[in-house]
Structure formats: C-alpha cells, structure tokens
Write a protein that binds this ligand. Structure first.
Ligand code: MC0
Length: 140
C-alpha cells in the first residue's frame, strides 16, 4: 500500500530559523513554500531524494495560530517531529483500505496538501502514537 516515505513533518516556532538549520546541517534545498490556511500552517519543503512514485522531503511547519493542530502540538510537546507522511498511489483507495481495518480517519475526503498533493490524516492513537499522513503526489 505504501510506496515510500513522502515526508517527515517537523513542528517549529520559527520557520526561517529552522530552514537555515536544516539546509545548513544536511545541505537540503527548499523546493516549495506555501501557506495552507485550511491546515493552519506556513510551511517549507526541503528536498531529500527522488524515487518511484515521487520525492521525499523534510517538511517544516510553523503554525498560523495557537488553535491550529501544529499550534496545539507546540504548546503541548514543543518543537519536533509532528507527523510521518507515506506516499500512496491513490489516497482515496488507501483511506478506504486503512479505514476498513478500524483506524480512525481524521478526514472524510482527501484535502489539499503541499505541492498540489492530495492528503488525509490517520488518528495517532490508532497508529502507535504516530500522527500519520497519506499523500498522493501531484506528479509522481
Ligand atoms: C496530538 N496527539 C498527537 C499529535 N497531536 N500524537 C502524536 N502526534 C501528534 N502530532 C495526541 C494528543 O497528545 C492526545 O493524546 C491525542 O492525540 C488526542 O489529541 P487531542 O486532544 O484530540 O488533540 P488535538 O485537538 O490537538 O487533535 C490532534 C489531532 C489533530 C491529531 C486529531 O491535530 C489533527 O486532526 N491533525 C491532522 C491535521 C494536521 O495535523 N495538520 C497540520 C499539518 P493524549 O494521550 O494526550 O490523549 S498540515 C500538513 O502537514 C500539510 C500541509 C501537508 O503535509 O501537506
């Protein structure tokens, strides 16, 4: 079902500061920046590699406000890994397949994600404490 890890999402208080840190430490390049109002984040994608089905990235996430998912996460846990996103060929199909196994879907329908992708989240309590995202890349 999963083709690859699409990205690791990192919650941070200051996007520009963490872009400088990650690009300096690992020599990664920012390939996209976006404000996603629906998800309540300002974000940057740092490219790691390309593979079958799409690329893999570090995604840096700064909350737009304290009541957003990333804002609440920062208040509760501080900066760090917020979610793991798996690349799938068909996000609606993957949602149906995983939902049938009893995992709670946090989205009823796929939503708009980074770089034109379609995404859906799975409840962390049903995936060993890991907030999990399914990603169908716009251009595999
Ligand atoms: C909360 N919990 C987490 C967690 N956030 N566990 C692991 N990783 C996380 N990131 C835990 C809480 O500690 C709590 O555990 C339990 O889940 C229920 O939390 P809650 O009190 O209901 O907390 P809420 O209201 O903060 O909701 C958490 C939930 C929410 C995951 C349901 O954040 C959500 O719907 N997230 C999906 C959307 C999202 O995260 N968007 C931002 C990234 P205890 O043990 O204390 O009960 S958007 C994005 O990444 C896009 C742009 C993209 O990739 O393209």
């Amino acid at each position: 079902m999963f083709m690859r890890i699409d990205h690791i999402g990192i919650a941070c208080n200051d996007l520009e500061e963490k872009i400088a840190l990650f690009s300096g430490l690992f020599e990664l390049t920012v390939v996209a920046r976006e404000v996603n109002e629906e998800q309540g984040v300002k974000e940057a994608m740092l490219h790691i590699a390309d593979g079958e089905g799409g690329g893999s990235y570090i995604q840096l996430l700064e909350p737009l406000d304290a009541d957003s998912p990333v804002g609440k996460f920062l208040a509760r846990r501080g900066e760090g890994v917020h979610h793991v996103a798996f690349g799938v060929p068909d996000v609606a199909g993957a949602m149906e397949q995983i939902g049938a196994k009893g995992v709670r879907l946090l989205d009823k329908h796929p939503r708009h994600g980074s770089m034109g992708s379609s995404i859906a989240f799975l409840h962390p309590k049903d995936v060993g404490g890991m907030l999990t995202e399914l990603v169908q890349a716009a251009r595999p």
